[in-house]
Design a protein around this ligand. Sequence first.
Ligand code: AMP
Length: 507
Amino acid sequence: MYDRNYLAHRLRHASIGREDQPFLIHPDSGAEVSHGAFFANAERMASALSRMGVKPGDRVAVQAPKTQAMLELYIGCVLAGAVFLPLNTGYTPAEVRYFLGDATPALLVCDPTKLDDLTPLAAECGVRHIRTIASDGSGSLVEARDGEAPGFTPMPRDPLDLAAILYTSGTTGRSKGAMLTHRALASNSETLRDTWRFTPDDVLIHALPIFHTHGLFVATNITLMAGGACIFLPGFDAEQIMAAMPKATALMGVPTFYTRLLQQEGLSEASKTMRLFVSGSAPLLAETHDRWREVTGHAILERYGMTETNMNTSNPYDGDRRAGTVGFPLPGVELKVCDPETGEDLPQGEIGMLEVRGDNVFAGYWQMPEKTAEELREDGFFITGDLGRIDDDGYVHIVGRGKDLIISGGFNVYPKEVETLIDDLPGVLESAVIGVPHPDFGEGVVAVVVPVAGADLTETGILTAIASDLAKFKQPKRVLFLPELPRNTMGKVQKNALRQDYAEIFA
Ligand code: AMP
């Protein structure tokens, strides 16, 4: 019956006949949940949704702790034909209200601690039902699941039906709901499973949030589609990951996972049985890549993707995983570098706007036809907003977000170029280069530098050290020091926050 539902069929396929094999391993209790038991619960979730009147195409918004029940709800939505809409657990009720008003879900699932705040907002937005999932796995939705008889006949869904809406982080203007089809999710996860060689023998350390594409689709879908298992952690905890490694084969993380794990004793020993470390969602410093290889013997495999497109590129499984690059376009993904103004293809090697096309790409922004038309071309290419280039060997390099490009005195300054030079200096842990308003130049280049513990760095020291390697217009006009850079939950440096903090520096 699963074959009536495009994505559910593909998620279930690998564990047919192997229902007893573990899917989720809870590290604290050591409890294992088999693929069969997991799908049985997801089917009862689907029954509970249907009983509430959730119909195919209805949205189900979820702001809940990372739990097995939330994953069951995700699959329950797929089975019921509903559109899963996870929300960052950090959003305040006022922020959640925007999403409820925009997406008009039939059901909101939240943490019981937020019920009092969210109930009136949900009512205002016409949300018919509100249920809970708590961090201990209890809650009214779980009770509803337990009240259902086993078994659910999946709702028929076609490749182009929606499976999920994920809102972008909205650093420029309103947050936009990226509409992801059954085919986009299925095709990308199958490609990644094959490219990264996931099999039933794999045990993935799952420490990413499941409201974001990385932890929800990349990590979870691949494990299901491989028929493998994952050690399911509530979040990043270096000690728990160290303890999990000897029982695992793979880790997917954001760069901060790796920088923090490098500070742990015994990493070399603990990582011996691992076969794969994947990094993405933010740029991995070449230094982290090199240190990781020195300590563990493994080259981290860096990949590049985004909410709207799933994953676009990956360093090779076999072959050279190059630090500072995001590898090659995945099978089925076309990637080109274009002039940001005209959209014309640029010659090989030049920096420009990355555009991608393939089954992985989203279907548009929820109820925003103008935004969709601005970013998704009629021929199917999506304008990613990332600037990059393709080197002579075909590796893709990301040089930054388009909106982070600095224009100083009419000249383009790519922050990454300046950051790379500064990061290479002794005593520098990392840096972020931003543009802020400048009375003469329009924007002035500012470098925010994080020193390694105990290093004695000065503004003049840094400026002198990079002066001979950079054209004058690219050189920072100020160098400032911070103990750490502001980052969001996915490890992305929040340049917006830095631009705000230093907006007046040249005033
Ligand atoms: P999100 O939609 O939250 O997943 O953010 C997507 C953005 O993260 C991309 O458009 C890139 O700017 C950035 N990103 C993702 N992976 C990488 C990577 N490996 N290197 C550099 N930037 C990345």
